[in-house]
Design a binder for this molecule. Structure first.
Ligand SMILES: C[S@@+](CC[C@H](N)C(=O)[O-])C[C@H]1O[C@@H](n2cnc3c(N)ncnc32)[C@H](O)[C@@H]1O
Length: 423
């Protein structure tokens, strides 16, 4: 009797087209460019397939491939009917429940930053028209109505939470000022342009969920000439770091549990725990091996939706203390410009030197830790590539190069790794 796997191996390879470029890490992953045609020989897991390109064979991430449109038009039409690339039902479904709103409102640093922006700009907000895009429970709109005197706040919310937002607005006596509009911002009509567009759109590693696209589209459509964006700019910060306890918990554990050698499970552990980034990581400032560096800076006035497809930056860290380089940690900061003459900008920093927020930080583990020494340099690039199909997802590719500072070694170690978030 043949096993399923043998059946698969015997089948003739299927042709797939690459939706976007991919740079393989390690010797068993295959690199390819957008539009390349690959022959898939086997699908050992739902995430990684065994494929061939120009007579070279290796593992490829399944989510980068799609069957040829010409061959499979009917299937594709069916698929597209079934699956929304924005996954709005799931996305807005989760914002229709209290769990996420409780998490966000309990995050004092986050919520207080918005409160502070409004309070410190209350004089300038007088008689202004405000849009609060993705108002959720309406907290930012309520701050505007209570702490300043805008002429109107359009509180836009696509999830079913908006029904409660209306009640909260009424309950707090703000119905004269706040107009709650239920629907996707992209599909709504406002009676006028706005002076201020405020939104809390940031996701893990700044961009995940890509709500920022809705904000940019609303800016182009509804913000009046000279109007203000809050946040006004955003930065992604990166640092090479140690992660001893996470490494011990997920990888070193298999070295000798109960006195037995379980190391054959380590490659599996690497695939299972280190392929995707770890959200909700809290890095100790002491675990930073170098000074953190702002790798990406986005200007919310000039950023374009098309810029989000691929954001690439270079980094150069100078190792400040010897240790084990387990990976990179990323976090973001947003700035809110002041409207008052001489007023200070407000900053919301989600890094390890500020009060922890509900985003915490994002940890990207290398496949193998590397010892580094004071004076070594770590140079490289980071590329945030939006998923061409699943529009709320992206991959983060890091390429790095460690140059030793010690004279007796001519040691240059190079690595590349692509992390899906999540597809
Ligand atoms: C991160 S939450 C912020 C909620 C609220 N502003 C706060 O600070 O607590 C983002 C909210 O935006 C809503 N949202 C996301 N994209 C939207 C869009 N295109 N149109 C309308 N609402 C949207 C979500 O349903 C969610 O409630």
């Amino acid at each position: 009797m043949q096993t399923e796997k043998e059946d698969e191996d015997d089948a003739s390879p299927e042709e797939y087209v690459a939706l976007s470029s991919f740079t393989g890490s390690g010797s068993d992953q295959l690199s390819f460019h957008s539009g390349d045609r690959l022959l898939v020989h086997a699908k050992p897991s739902s995430e990684w397939w065994w494929a061939e390109l120009h007579e070279v064979i290796g593992y490829v991430p399944a989510r980068y491939l799609r069957q040829d449109a010409a061959e499979d038009e009917d299937d594709e039409e069916e698929e597209e009917e079934e699956e929304d690339p924005w996954q709005d039902e799931e996305y807005f479904g989760s914002y229709g429940t209290l769990r996420l709103h409780l998490e966000m409102l309990s995050d004092k640093s986050r919520t207080e930053a918005y409160r502070q922006v409004i309070l410190s700009n209350s004089a300038s907000l007088r008689n202004k028209v405000v849009m609060d895009l993705g108002c959720g429970t309406g907290i930012i709109s309520l701050f505007c109505a209570q702490l300043a005197q805008p002429s109107v706040v359009y509180a836009v919310e696509a999830s079913s939470m908006s029904e409660y937002t209306r009640q909260l607005v009424k309950q707090n006596g703000c119905e004269e000022v706040i107009t709650v509009l239920q629907g996707r911002a992209e599909e709504l009509e406002l009676p006028e342009r706005v002076d201020i567009l405020v939104s809390e759109w940031m996701g893990n590693c700044l961009l995940f969920e890509f709500m920022v696209e809705s904000v940019l589209l609303a800016r182009d459509r509804w913000l009046r000439e000279g109007g203000v964006m809050w946040p006004s700019s955003a930065a992604l910060t990166l640092v090479p770091c140690q992660a001893h306890s996470y490494y011990a918990e997920k990888m070193a554990f298999w070295e000798r549990p109960y006195g037995l050698d379980f190391t054959p499970l380590q490659p599996l552990a690497q695939q299972e725990f280190f392929t995707k980034p770890k959200f909700s990581h809290l890095i100790e400032p002491d675990d930073c091996l170098a000074a953190p560096c702002n790798v990406i800076c986005l200007d919310m006035y000039t950023l374009q939706v098309k810029d989000l497809e691929e954001i690439k930056a270079q980094f150069h860290f100078c190792v400040e203390k010897s240790g084990v380089f387990h990976g990179f940690t990323a976090w973001f900061t947003v700035h809110f410009e002041s409207l008052e003459t001489g007023g200070a900008a407000v900053e919301l920093n989600t890094g390890p030197n500020s009060e922890p927020t509900h985003w915490k930080q994002t940890l990207f583990m290398l496949d193998r830790p590397v010892s580094v020494y004071t004076g070594d340099s770590i140079r490289g690039t980071i590329v945030l590539r939006r998923n061409p199909v699943w529009r709320r997802h992206m991959t983060v590719t890091m390429h790095w190069n460690i140059n030793s500072s010690t004279e007796d070694t001519d040691n240059c170690q190079v690595g590349t790794k692509t992390f899906p978030m999540w597809r």
